[in-house]
Design a protein around this ligand. Structure first.
Ligand SMILES: [Zn+2]
Length: 390
């Protein structure tokens, strides 16, 4: 069933279906863009439609295919983040099983998003069955705060090599704080899967930044070249201006999780990437001031009612560590690490390291990040890390 997506602040209206549109003959690289996973973020939908229209008019030589998909259609219709459940936290096996009617999961039967997750996943599976690939998935978002465009992604070497080509900052490690994202789920298929945050929800520039990024994705994936699609140079310049000097990779170090009923309010005026000092006052709740847990840069401060990520703190990752981690991952250095007391590679799942923190207390989370592992579960003194690279 189609949806009318009307956004007065952006002065745009569009009538869309789950498949927003396609371009290209197929039989090569496939760029799959998912827009509006959060229903109050329609800028991505308009940008996909703009790009499809541009391509149809310019008719550049094109290898492979571009496919645009709509995320939470029910929420997009109402211009809300979600109706019953955040569609970007539902990509877990027990919820997918529930969505497909296999057993009872944690969500109530009437949860509107169970149908959304099923329809979207059906499309994704069908694309991967019918197209040759390689596949590039891009999940489009906008933020409630002012922000330059940036690329959050699960830190696999495949993703990293793709992200490095854009004149934009990349964000590592957010998935450790946000379980059940669409991208983390898709990353398991050994494809490129990246997020993209284009700016503030209702800022017209956000549509432009989405459009520019998607056009460059087509170039980096090998679908189009500058020779046949000269507008790419202008799109690159648009992104460069948007990034405003920010580049390289940043790691998420802290997430402020909002508790039910705590009355969280961000202090006004913070924008993503703004430097903050240790103990600087950032927000308030019913108990008083909330101050920065460490120095760094504030990231995605929350200026809307829905959502429970108050803010994040990030820090730049030095090129040295990025290079070192590339080498260590190629060596599968965790096999050496597993010789240490208190560390073991689980025999049944070669992708999981189990750490007994009473014994291996000297090992910091950063070491596992370096090796391409993310913290999965903590039970008592045992922490499990799983490998991001499938
Ligand atoms: Zn979003």
């Amino acid at each position: 069933m189609n949806a009318v997506i009307h956004c007065p602040p952006l002065q745009r209206t569009a009538t869309v279906d789950r498949v927003l549109g396609e371009f290209g003959p197929g039989g090569g690289p496939v760029v799959v863009v998912i827009a509006g996973v959060h229903g109050n973020e329609p800028a991505g939908i308009y940008a996909v439609l703009d790009l499809l229209r541009d391509l149809a008019a310019a008719q550049p030589t094109f290898r492979g295919k571009l496919i645009g998909l709509a995320g939470n259609l029910a929420a997009l219709r109402k211009n809300v983040r979600y109706i019953h459940c955040d569609l970007n936290r539902m990509w877990r096996s027990e919820i997918l099983a529930e969505a497909y009617g296999n057993g009872s999961g944690p969500l109530p039967r009437n949860c509107v998003e169970l149908a959304e997750v099923r329809e979207l996943y059906d499309q994704i599976k069908s694309i991967m069955q019918h197209e040759a690939g390689p596949f590039y998935f891009v999940d489009l978002h906008t933020t409630s705060s002012v922000s330059p465009p940036f690329i959050p992604f699960d830190d696999t070497l495949t993703n990293r090599a793709f992200v490095e080509q854009f004149p934009l900052p990349g964000i590592l490690g957010i998935e450790e704080f946000l379980p059940g994202t669409l991208l983390s789920y898709i990353t398991r298929y050994n494809v490129v899967a990246i997020g993209y945050e284009a700016g503030q929800h209702h800022e017209p520039r956000s549509i432009e930044f989405h459009h520019a990024m998607l056009a460059l994705c087509l170039e980096k994936a090998g679908c189009v070249s500058r020779e046949h699609y000269p507008v790419l140079a202008r799109h690159e310049e648009t992104l460069r201006q948007g990034a405003n000097g920010l580049e390289g990779f940043y790691e998420v170090r802290f997430r402020y999780a909002i508790e039910e009923g705590e009355g969280f309010r961000m202090l006004p005026g913070f924008s993503s990437f703004q430097p903050v000092a240790y103990k600087q006052k950032l927000a308030e709740n019913n108990r008083g001031a909330i101050v920065a847990q460490e120095s760094g840069r504030i990231f995605m401060p929350l200026y809307q009612a829905q959502g429970n990520d108050g803010y994040f703190l990030i820090r730049r990752v030095a090129r040295f560590w990025l290079n070192l981690s590339k080498i260590l991952r190629r060596w599968r250095f965790e096999r050496v690490l597993a010789w240490l007391p208190g560390v073991r590679l689980l025999p049944d799942e070669q992708n999981t390291l189990e750490i007994d923190t009473r014994i291996a207390r000297f090992l910091a989370t950063e070491i596992f990040h370096l090796l391409g592992y993310r913290r999965q579960t903590t039970q008592g003194t045992t922490i499990r890390f799983t490998r991001r690279e499938p």
